[in-house]
Design a protein. Sequence first.
Length: 223
Amino acid sequence: MTQDELKALVGQAALQYVVGGEIVGVGTGSTVNKFIDALATIKSSIPGAVSSSVASTERLKALGIPVFDANDVGEIAVYIDGADEIDARGNMIKGGGAALTREKIVAAQSRRFICIADESKLVEALGRFPVPVEVIPMASQRVIRQFQAMGGQARVRLKDGQPLVTDNGQHILDVSGLSITEPLQFESDVNQWPGVVTVGVFAHQKAAVCLLGTTSGVKTLAF
């Protein structure tokens, strides 16, 4: 089974967690795109969605799914999103698609986080995938030095030779060389650094369930 087929499999499986009559939180990325496509088949059963990125908003609207501003809705029943890494406790690294801040906001507004991923994303300890950190541009070099002091190597993410600019107008640092054995503490600490908008470790907003695409079908992990 190809990577694309695995993504479609978990995207379809996530429909069972959508609560009829309630707004659904929708994440960002290639796996989530498969979920959005599946969601379009049951769009008449939900009022619409709250989206974590401009790209997802455009895809939802193109398929006829209304998109609400997070400020205009209360608690969201469920948030469905992918992950760059997930551990056996449901902690994740997210932000490969540069939407980590908005993803964390929607996750915090939701009662349950359902992670959809393929089996390659399951790891023993977070950190093999570089940790994305959204930063205010003027703080980039200072935050890079703080990560160096921890033993990490941070670099500004580029797009077409220039610093990538997020939907929030900020920059992304990608930090490699870390093994994050205490994700909750790491997230709390880095989020306190001046100039950090948010760090792409999701431990405070970890997954409740992970639907893992495997060659033998969808494996459900509950945390």
